[in-house]
Design a protein around this ligand. Structure first.
Ligand code: ZN
Length: 178
């Protein structure tokens, strides 16, 4: 299990939640806020974005150079703080105002989840310390239980949440066929 965790997270230091945990949370939250596929895509990226400060993370492996530059500030610094949330929200406000809420909430979900880990989150970076509720031990039982809970929630609400997307897919297919 540890080896598997190391493989999917690319970090394996026992203090970070895995990318799939953040992503699954982001998808469920975003899908309950919007039925716009673009909004869902932005929510998915936003739920992983704070980990761009860690070159081995799920999102950093998709992006060249930038993660290395941001990681010079250290792990879990500006991108895991209110400043990071405000900067990202400001970016959305300027370039994609209609996705401000889904993007902002998905980004916030990452910070809240990381606050549950022992390493915590420096909400008031560069001031203050890391705030942690210490509930999750990554790769541990709590994260596994949380994922099971998400899976059950997805199975129960998924058909309802993703119905609009399915309808849009069906429309697209019809359009392409004619
Ligand atoms: Zn993180």
């Amino acid at each position: 299990m540890q080896a598997f965790h190391r493989h999917i997270s690319g970090k394996g230091d026992g203090h970070n939640l895995t990318g799939p945990t953040h992503l699954a949370t982001g998808i469920l939250i975003t899908a309950s806020l919007t039925s716009d596929p673009k909004g869902l895509a932005i929510g998915m990226v936003a739920s992983l974005l704070p980990d761009i400060d860690e070159p081995g993370s799920m999102i950093s492996r998709k992006i060249p150079i930038i993660p290395y530059i941001i990681s010079l500030l250290g792990h879990r610094t500006i991108t895991h703080s209110l400043i990071g949330l405000v900067l990202f929200s400001g970016f959305l406000f300027v370039y994609a105002k209609e996705y401000l809420m889904v993007g902002g909430v998905a980004y916030l979900s990452h910070l809240i989840l990381d606050t549950l880990t022992p390493a915590g989150v420096p909400w008031f970076y560069p001031l203050g310390r890391n705030y942690s509720l210490g509930l999750f031990r990554t790769g541990g039982l709590t994260e596994a239980l949380y994922l099971v809970l998400l899976f059950v929630a997805g199975a129960v609400w998924g058909p309802l949440l993703f119905k609009p997307y399915m309808a849009q897919l069906a429309n697209l297919k019809r359009m392409l066929m004619f």
